[in-house]
Each structure stands twice: as C-alpha cells, then as structure tokens.
Write a protein that binds this ligand. Sequence first.
Ligand code: PGA
Length: 250
Amino acid sequence: MRTPIIAGNWKMNKTASEARAFFSEFIKLIKDVKDIEIIIAPPFTALSAANDAVKDTIIKISVQDMFWEEKGAFTGEVSPIMIKDAGCSHCIIGHSERRQYFGDTDEAVNKKIKAALKFGLVPIFCIGENLKEREAHKTMKVIETQLQGGLTGLSENDMDKIILAYEPVWAIGTGKTATPAQAQEVHKFIRDYIRKKSGDKIADGMRILYGGSVTPENINGLMAEDDIDGALVGGASLKPDSFAGIARFA
Ligand code: PGA
C-alpha cells in the first residue's frame, strides 16, 4: 500500500502573515485527516512562519526549488543545507515553470535531485509534456527523456526516496485537468519505466502524484486510478477550504 500524498505548491504567493492566517484555518479543517501525507511548499520568505505554524501537526513543509551547491558565490540562490536548517523536509524540483521561465534543464534537475538526497531532503521530481508535444503524440517520448535526464546516476537507495509528479503543462493553471484516464495512462508509463530501471520493489513503492488544475471536485476521480497516488496542487492550495477539500478526498 502506498500512502497518498496531497502537496500544495503556493508558487509566488503569500507573505509570512498570509501564511500564518492560512495555517490557522487549514489545521482546523484537517484535524481528523489520517493516513495521508500533507505537504505545503510556501515561498522562501514564508518558510519560517510556516514551519512554526505546522509544529505538532502532520503537515510537512517543502521548498519550491533550490540550488545544488552547498554554499558560495551564487547570488540569489538557496542551498540544500539552508533549506534543511530552516526545518523543511521536501523540495519540488523541475517544476515546469522553472524549466520554462528560468531555464532549468534535465541536467540541472538531476544535480538538484542529487543534492537534495545528499542532504536528506525528499525530492518531488516534476515532469510533463506541453500541449504541442501532446498534440504531436510525443508525450511518452518527452516523459522518458525527462525521467532519463533527471534520474541519471541515482542508486536504488536514492530511487526509493523520490516522489514523482506528472504535471502536463497544458493542465497547469488552465482549469483543463487531464481526464483520470489520460493521467493514468502516463502514470502507468512512468511506473513501468521505474520498474525497468529499478525493479518491482521500488516501482511498486514509488508515489506518483498528478498535478494540473486539481480541485476538490476532480480529486476523487483521479485518486480512483491505480497508479495515481496523490496530487500536487497549485491554485486550489491557496485557500484553506479548497485545499482541505482535496486533502479530505474520500
Ligand atoms: P494548478 O498548478 O493546480 O494551479 O494547475 C499545479 C502545479 O503547478 O503544481
């Protein structure tokens, strides 16, 4: 049995005081939620407020990105050591917005995944095709290339710790969710790829999240699919009631 994960990615939203206000409401709404993992990724400037707010709850705090070096002359970057020290447990790596607007390549993503693992952070490794690629029937090829690039050189022990997130770029922030069947098809492809690379035990244990316009209304249909183990939620994670509605999926 894979424990489901509901993760929220706040992107460039919420100040520290807005984060505090979110948690004071959200924590009440998920009080009785059990047997799932809940992760929230606030912006760096709200990490301290978030980590204080979630003490003694099941909620874990993630960052949305990081640099792979430990320290040094890298203006504007944040290192895995700093993130760990700030009390975070997870790191989103390779989100399509990082790839699209900030030039993160598969090679950079691979370095970040390795650095996260080295310092005991759990990578939430994102992959997904854009609309042009889907329409050209290149989805699986794109997914395979991103998996290959991102996972190069990882040991079985490393593979065992990773969380994957399939996020079709055309579904992110557009209100256009992949249908459960469309998502399942790619999730199955991803799990089969992991099975070939790392064997049954790791493939069967790997949590693969779906991301792209997930809402309280569509979460149940997605979670009913065999290979969908949770969700990475953007817009709907910003409001306590909608994110709680997703975390409380039946
Ligand atoms: P969305 O974003 O839920 O707003 O579509 C998902 C994501 O980018 O992780």
